[in-house]
Design a protein around this ligand. Sequence first.
Ligand code: NAD
Length: 354
Amino acid sequence: GTKLDFAYRALPMRVRFGVGSVAMLGEELAALGLERVLVLSTPGQHDKAGKIAEALGDRAAGLHPGAQMHVPTDVVQRARAVASHLRVDGYVAVGGGSTVGLAKALALESGLPIVAVPTTYAGSEMTPVWGLTENGEKRTGRDDRVLPKSVIYDPELSSRLPSNLSITSGMNAMAHAVEALYAPDNSPIISLMAEEGVRAIAQGMPRVAAEPADEEGRTAMLYGAWLCGACLGATTMSLHHKLCHILGGTFGLPHADVHAVVLPHVVAFNTPAAPATAAALKRALDTEAPARTLYELSRSAGAATSLHELGLGEVDLDLAVELATRNPYANPRPVTPQAVRAILTAALIGSPPN
Ligand code: NAD
């Protein structure tokens, strides 16, 4: 039987979910007393954010489509200058982890509230974790000031998320749930969310791969992303996130693609030592072989299956193994250099896991 022994902290936040729910943004801002927000986006999402800002009328003091990957400090400086010039009283982040990340960096200094309107499945909007990149080095931390006060999930906004990113971003979300299931600070409520999050994404993913605008598929994936993001915000991540952080940070491989390639191999490695996680994944994915099923789900939806095709070489393995084993961290199985090398080698060539 499972031993019940846990601590759980609920994060204060409002969530609105549903097709067309972005129309509620003004009401949501009013409820928070926000009258002059700065709407943030990446350059690629300028049009979408512009329309959302326009619909807010006077409540939007300005639009700043200057968000960039990894939240570089000069990008934060420019946004901060715009925000103080316009004397804004809050931020609306329309986008994925990069845009939410910019809003978080601003909120960390100013203490002003964030309302997030996610357009990917990365889940940053559900966490009090911020990140900043200066001189090529990324610092991260936790601070309740950067947790959005309110999040609006509208599946319509992700209907044109590029096909490959839709799938890899979904795998990114499932990775949060997987590692929350065996996290040292897991709790029963988080396990419920994690299992349901994996189930929802696995159900939505083939539909979205077949038809990117499929409303039912987009709704399932975004619902799953919410649950998985909440898991990320509540627990400590382990080997999978460590490896992805190294592969993205030190080797510059694309964030979401790396998650898609690595996840099945870490699941294959960890589940023998995490029976409750294995059981939850078997139920959620309706399979006896969760690692193999994740691999097939992602591959058949069109995602990369090898780190090789993302640009990693065999010569990079020594350093990656060294970085992944330098400092100890929680994981169901001991993180030995041999184990990490075996996982990374399988991921490098993209062999199917057992
Ligand atoms: P992203 O925000 O960088 O977006 C990727 C690209 O997709 C961008 O060019 C963006 O303009 C475009 N895009 C986003 N939504 C779109 C849509 N609906 N339609 C068309 N194009 C769209 O990528 P991401 O995967 O969402 O976020 C990754 C980043 O977030 C990483 O830097 C990661 O470290 C960070 N992250 C942080 C946390 C946290 O808790 N702090 C959690 C998850 C991710």
